[in-house]
Design a protein around this ligand. Sequence first.
Ligand code: HEC
Length: 255
Amino acid sequence: MRRLVLSVATALALATAATPALAAGEAEHPRQQEWSFSGIFGTYDRAAVQRGFQVYKEVCSACHALMQKSYRHLSQIGFSEDEIRAIAAQYQVQDGPNDEGEMFERPARAADRFKRPFPNEQAARAANNGAYPVDLSLIVKARHDGANYVYSLLTGYKDAPAGKEVGEGMYYNPYFPGAQIGMASPLNPDAVTYADGTKATVEQMAKDVTYFLAWAAEPELEARKRLGVQSVLFLIVLSCMLYAVKRKVWADVHH
Ligand code: HEC
């Protein structure tokens, strides 16, 4: 009996010791939101994706590239060709060489990639206190629970709890690994003015830009889900037909 009590106590002690204390790089679990693209019938809320593009364009694109997207891709989220041409033309991109061998600048065209804010990583770091603003093209897929992570990060800035050291040029954010991040809170109320009259609260903009980044990371999501639903429907119909055939074939066989 003593042996048993002892071994139970040892097992308990071991189990407690094996539960890891939150490691230094640990982050808080993202706050779960409802997204129109979750679930098997999920689709992108077009209006939200378009508002999110505005947030990306007017706020995030000052630091973050989106190199996997070209302006023409905006047709997938409901922009017309004329609108896309006008959006692209707001940017100057380098082209060339011309007949004299010189590189030159020209307004961007629909086929050009989104203009990146910095020519290279070193320049991006130099402008951001050494921290690197990653390309956001795939961020929603590249991070665990990506949409909720991006949303939580953008809305999660707060004062550091007592006793928590935050490095110079860093900001407390429990959703970033290590709970401090080299990006100041990028969203302030009314940072953008939405054409559709939606009030631009921090939560609203964070949600919208997450919709946009989710679309950017997985533009084929709607087609993929549609195909899944169609395949299941097809299999149901096929099963019914096979069952009917089976009954007919065996109808005359008496036991
Ligand atoms: C002034 C520059 C700046 C702006 C504007 C900015 N960011 Fe950042 N962002 C950064 C930097 C620098 C980092 C890297 C921080 C680090 O590594 O500590 C970062 C990191 C991030 C991360 C974390 C990436 C990861 O590795 O998990 C996300 C997500 C992000 N930014 C999204 C956005 C979004 C969305 C916007 C627009 C609403 C935005 N940022 C606006 C500079 C900026």
